[in-house]
Design a protein around this ligand. Structure first.
Ligand code: NAD
Ligand code: GLY
Length: 358
């Protein structure tokens, strides 16, 4: 079993990584009282909940099961969770377990942060995206009808458990979508890691355990190092948004249907890398390594032709309004060396979006 420590708010948060580790963790170290509530969805409840429950035999355990899907990451589910916790008369010594992908992680952590002004939280992420990204760094939240992730907080867990055995049931498309965020850590932080991903794409796609453990360890370490330096995103945490300006615009244009987050980010990262090669000092050789790695994992690198360019530009402009009138793009001087620019002309972006459509 591998371990990374995330040091934040004078707190040391252990992150455990390994195969079938869920039964090997002594949860009593991370649980204050006797009450534990697992928050999950119907898919996970059917596949993995019975086994997980065995790890909490010593405690007064309850479960709250939501329907599956991003549309349930909303105020309605949030209220239902609070109704359940209040009706069951839980106190401040409650521990909430977020058991699922990023949707459950964001919703359960926001609920844990707001119930009685904050109770204990444990993350057990079950998708690759949730393991390498959403469970690490404390961002919690729900969607508003006017936009994604508009309501939320920073809430860190007591411990994060990354069990690679959950990948066996994860659909390939979801797994590959998570890989985009893993590739991102290579692009923004380490050419050696990016090259390793490129060389070992086949073994990773076969979900060989030693490869999964290595990529989880490298990703979690990379994210922890950024979050430790800039928890509230006033500086370098924004580098984690590499490829996300266009990625979010594509997702919003498609109303979050028919494209997964990682797929949109993959297109966005290719786009940002192309701009970096045109406007900065990213070499063609490094651009090719980035694009080729994404392609090797079966990720898209061009914008679907059926999304009108005007829609994408409108969403990039909406993003700009949220950021005090500036189009913030994260670009590269070289692999591992990011910077943020707000000086890209919208006409230039528009022309490039058109040329990126397949
Ligand atoms: P998800 O939670 O919807 O999970 C994807 C699908 O996989 C769902 O159908 C789910 O039921 C299923 N699933 C999960 N684990 C499984 C398993 N082991 N076996 C079989 N099926 C399984 O999506 P996601 O990609 O994990 O997360 C996306 C969410 O994460 C978005 O809401 C996004 O905003 C959020 N997010 C948050 C942060 C953050 O920092 N908090 C970062 C990135 C993304
Ligand atoms: N997913 C980006 C962040 O955690 O900041």
């Amino acid at each position: 079993m591998k371990k990374v420590i995330l040091k934040i708010d004078k707190k040391n948060i252990p992150i455990f990584i390994g195969d079938h580790i869920i039964t090997k963790i002594d949860f009593s170290k991370y649980i204050k009282g006797n009450d534990v509530v697992i928050i999950t969805n119907k898919v996970l409840a059917k596949l993995h909940l019975d086994k997980l429950k065995k790890s909490f035999k010593k405690f007064n355990l309850n479960t709250f099961v939501l329907p599956d899907g991003e549309k349930y990451k909303d105020i309605n589910s949030f209220t239902k969770i609070h109704d359940f916790l209040i009706k069951n008369k839980y106190g401040r010594d409650l521990t909430v377990i977020a058991f699922g992908g990023g949707v459950i992680g964001d919703l359960a952590s926001f609920s844990a942060d707001t119930f009685l002004r904050g109770v204990n939280l444990i993350h057990i992420p079950t998708t690759l995206l949730a393991q390498v990204d959403s469970s690490v760094g404390g961002k919690s939240g729900i969607n508003h009808s006017l936009g994604k992730n508009l309501i939320g907080s920073f809430k860190h867990p007591e411990v994060i458990i990354m069990d690679t055995s959950y990948h066996k049931t994860l659909p390939k498309k979801e797994f590959v979508s998570g890989i985009a965020e893993v590739i991102k850590y290579g692009i923004i932080g380490s050419k050696t890691f990016l090259k390793w991903l490129n060389t070992n794409a086949e073994s990773i796609l076969m979900k060989k355990n030693e490869y999964l453990v290595k990529l989880l360890y490298a990703s979690v370490k990379a994210k922890s190092q950024v979050v430790q330096k800039d928890e509230k995103e006033s500086g370098i945490r924004a580098y984690l948004n590499y490829g996300h300006t266009l990625g979010h615009a594509i997702e919003s244009s498609k109303k979050y249907k028919g494209i997964l987050h990682g797929e949109a980010v993959s297109i966005g990262m290719t786009f940002a890398s192309f701009i970096s090669a045109e406007k900065s000092t990213l070499s063609i050789e490094e651009f090719n390594l980035i694009e080729n790695t994404l392609i090797k994992f079966g990720l898209p690198v061009s914008i679907p032709h059926n999304i009108p360019c005007a829609k994408i530009i409108k969403h990039i402009d909406f993003d700009k309004k949220k950021k005090q009138g500036k189009n913030n793009f994260v670009l590269l001087n070289s692999i591992g060396k990011c910077y943020i620019t707000n000086s890209l002309d919208i006409k230039y972006i528009e022309k490039l979006v058109k040329s990126f459509q397949n």
